[in-house]
Design a protein around this ligand. Sequence first.
Ligand code: EPU
Length: 434
Amino acid sequence: MDAFVIQGGTRLRGRLRVHGAKNAALPLMAATLLADQPVVLHDVPDLADLRNMGQLLGTLGCQVQRDPDQGLRLSVCDQTKSEAHYDIVRTMRASICVLGPLLARRGKARVSMPGGCDIGDRPVDLHLRGLRALGADIRLEQGYVTAQASQLRGGRVFLGGPFGSTALGTANVMSAATLAKGQTIIDSAACEPEIADLACLLNKMGAKIQGAGTPRIVIDGVDQLGGAEHTVIPDRIEAGTYIMAAAITNGDIILENCPIDSLAAVMDRLFEVGVELEPMADCDAGNDGMRQTVHVASTRRLEPVQVVTQPHPGFPTDLQAQMMALLCLADGNSIITEKIFPDRFRHVAELLRMGANLVRSGSTVLIGGTRHLSGAPVMANDLRASASLVMAGMAAKGVTIVNRVYHLDRGYERMEVSLQKLGAQIERVDRSPV
Ligand code: EPU
């Protein structure tokens, strides 16, 4: 099992390009099950989760070919299969994304229930509510969701739940509704940029979707969808992670392909912390707010802040752990409240081992800023928690070993190579947890 060995204390400096977004690419890939012709996706990062999605699509009759220059080409050649088996679904919760497309295009789907994970229970009741509103007959049998509908029909559905809307639930219902008879209105839809990106691809394929990226999405069903070519949006969470990594090391970096338009809440908090973030003129990137070049600098003591995670456009839960690592070194007391996944705190115990001053009460953590963290062997069973430990390790005194980095490999393309480019002393080694 691979681990990262990090010698702390180096300030990050240099230039890095943000990859395409994992959480956009997953539902985009699943949506290609709706298409009658090949779909080509560009800037799909090379990540374990996306390879798993490719494998799952393979079992569902979709050919997936990756070409370094031509992108990822997905073409359905067999429409008879409709089962997403437990063996794949248990490795990747986002497998649930195939439910809506399979049901809409093939009239039936049998998808293993994803179950919980290290960040919480993660139910799928809202996905099922949405698909039922389109006329699907849905049952839970032997750990599988079995869904059937010879022809979906448009309907009205409210996707708000106790923790806000649902990103993948919105993706599932919106995708299914593209081939339903008549109009579908989704209220309390997730507003994440990944949903707007999915609608963009579906519209290129011939769908009629309006309002994606807002709480109300209106979909007019069409008879069939064709092929399309699309470039995945840059990963706002990867961008946010490298911005915070620069900040925690008092670094000075330039980030290309940075989606600042979808990072407003993060930039707001980082401004209060004292991190300088300056968009730069950049002709190649076309200067659009989803693909900006940004200068990030942090040269002084960090200020404490209060952070509450919320659905987009609020502060993303996927950057909560990294923000906590950063605030461990602020000059005073900060508070983080997690409102999306109230138990998403696997990093707290590990940061404590590095000398952080943290007190958790329910879904809130009080962070007493300290001058130094101390390197230690650590491990977290969650992707973003692991990212926060890498950040803490780069700022800590001495050596940190982050074990089980396969969690990081699910969401960051060769993170150690990106950080090495910025001067970090980080190495991937093959070793068992110590
Ligand atoms: N929820 C329900 N019922 C549902 C679905 C969700 O109650 O049917 C609850 C969840 O338990 C949670 C909240 O609603 O409290 C939001 O969950 P959501 O469905 O939006 O999460 P998701 O779509 O399964 C995606 C990302 C996560 C990210 C969340 C929240 C992908 C593949 N995953 O998950 O990303 O944390 O949205 O923004 O897009 C990550 O990348 O590290 C990651 C976990």
